[in-house]
Design a protein around this ligand. Structure first.
Ligand SMILES: Cc1ncc(COP(=O)(O)O)c(C=O)c1O
Length: 449
């Protein structure tokens, strides 16, 4: 380790190893170790590392026009990025608002939804409904909306009020024995409707959800019909549907937008991570024409803003990333390689005594671990299984994204895989081999503990 660090790292217990370069799926550390990055960080690096086309575009843009303030000027990269994303008005979305990270995107979504109702003459709408076992960001508003217990706990008493949560659609853990998919979906729709009634149906601003739940519960997909049922509840009560696609969107699950597989369209959608592939910090919201029109015909001014919104270099990076995704047919590739990854995971782990569930969509897949498969009881959280798995994977040259509290914020462990869209079948085979070795090592450790 290279000397003392002045960084406040995520843990003060130790500084993480330093990464110095990356190419494709490979990250190189300062001591020369090579790691296969099977999650692109946190499902970010959709093109892998070291893409020279993106690097060149960033350099060229920084030299041409590094910064302008959106209160004075627009810029070509932001305009072009918005046009590319909204070409053909997908799902009725016609306006983009770019910010620097996912939390800021969801915060903008929360505020725009509130302003929409105020502009329509419904200022009594003051409440947001989200879901347990979800994550929407680390700012006070977005954390208040998040159902990630561990990230909320110490702030609980200082979070803004006006947020409540309903159950996620999490079949592996919560669909009852003998309950059909349709009956489970109907039960969840009733629960959401009951929550609207409890709050006062004309007091709800929006319902928020991740179409595929990411880091909190590990690639949990909804059952068919679930999002249509949720949308119907929102429509009945005049609330907006905000879809948080920061982790699962921009091609990650095999369609440009995850909602394209769900048969619904959002009023406001948040995107991030894969938007810029990690080459620049960028995220944003996409806004439905009907929401935009209310603003345009009302005060005409979104009461919100950031110094670095629609940053020229960040937008230029995302524009190049998205052009490459389109030109190289990478979303179809996500579908094809997602099938390879799914088959490889099932082939290797479906009989594993400590793998309870294999789930996800496209190149967004997770394993949920269990102490034993009869009843799928989780490991004791004190064993810190997912941390041990992360360390074992790193020892074997593999970067994965593990999580704990999968079931209820306290119990349960999972590991998420989200390789770049350029991953090959051979690389998937190596990832699964290394994961299998790491899993057996971590299981060995907890069984001895
Ligand atoms: C679904 C979802 N929403 C919001 C966020 C917050 O994004 P950021 O960490 O870029 O602020 C994340 C980040 O993990 C996320 O996965």
């Amino acid at each position: 380790m290279a000397g003392m660090s002045n960084i406040l790292h995520r843990t003060t217990a130790n500084a993480p190893p330093r990464a110095v370069s990356g190419k494709g799926l490979i990250l190189r550390l300062a001591d020369g170790t090579e790691i296969i990055d099977a999650t692109g960080g946190a499902a970010v690096a959709c093109l892998g590392h070291g893409n020279e086309r993106v690097a060149a575009a960033i350099g060229e843009q920084a030299a041409r026009l590094g910064y302008v303030h959106t209160g004075f000027f627009s810029c070509e990269p932001a305009e072009d990025l918005a046009s590319l994303l909204l070409d053909g008005a997908p799902g009725g979305l016609t306006r983009a608002y770019f910010v620097s990270d996912g939390s800021a995107a969801m915060e903008a979504a929360l505020k725009l939804a509130r302003q929409y109702h105020v502009e329509r003459g419904e200022p009594q709408r003051v409440h947001y409904i989200s879901r347990r076992q979800s994550y929407h960001g680390s700012l006070f508003g977005t954390l208040a909306a998040s159902g990630n217990l561990a990230r909320r706990a110490i702030y609980e008493d200082v979070l803004p009020t006006g947020f409540s949560r309903v159950s996620p659609c999490f079949a592996f853990r919560h669909q009852r024995d003998g309950e059909s998919d349709a009956a489970y979906v109907a039960r969840l729709a009733r629960e959401l409707d009951d929550e609207f009634m409890r709050v006062g149906p004309d007091r709800v601003i929006a319902f928020l959800a991740e179409p595929v739940v990411g880091a909190t519960a590990g690639c949990v997909t909804a059952l068919p019909g679930y999002f249509a049922a949720m949308r119907a509840v929102c429509d009945r009560h005049g609330a907006l549907l905000i879809l948080d696609e920061i982790m699962c969107g921009m091609g990650r699950t095999g369609t440009t937008h995850a909602w394209q597989a769900e048969g619904v369209t959002p009023d406001i959608q948040a995107i991030g991570k894969g938007l810029g592939g990690g080459y620049q910090p960028i995220a944003g919201i996409l806004v439905a024409q009907r929401v935009f029109e209310v603003l345009a015909q009302g005060s005409a001014t979104f009461v919100h803003g950031h110094t670095y919104q629609a940053h020229p270099v960040a937008c230029r990076a995302a524009l190049e990333v998205q052009r490459i995704v389109i030109e190289d047919g990478l979303i179809a590739q996500v579908g094809a390689m997602g099938a390879v990854l799914d088959a490889a995971l099932r082939n290797r782990f479906s009989g594993h005594p400590h793998v309870g569930d294999i789930r996800g969509r496209g190149l967004f897949q997770a394993l949920e671990f269990v102490r034993d498969r009869s009843g799928n009881a989780p490991f004791d959280p004190a064993l810190r299984f997912s941390e041990r798995l992360k360390a074992a994977a790193l020892r074997n040259g593999l970067g994965i994204y593990p999580g704990s509290g999968t079931i209820d914020g306290v119990t349960g462990d999972h590991a998420l895989l989200a390789p770049p869209y350029i991953v090959s079948a051979d690389e998937i085979a190596v990832i699964v081999d290394r994961l299998a070795v790491a899993l057996d090592q971590a299981v060995g450790e907890v069984l001895r503990a």
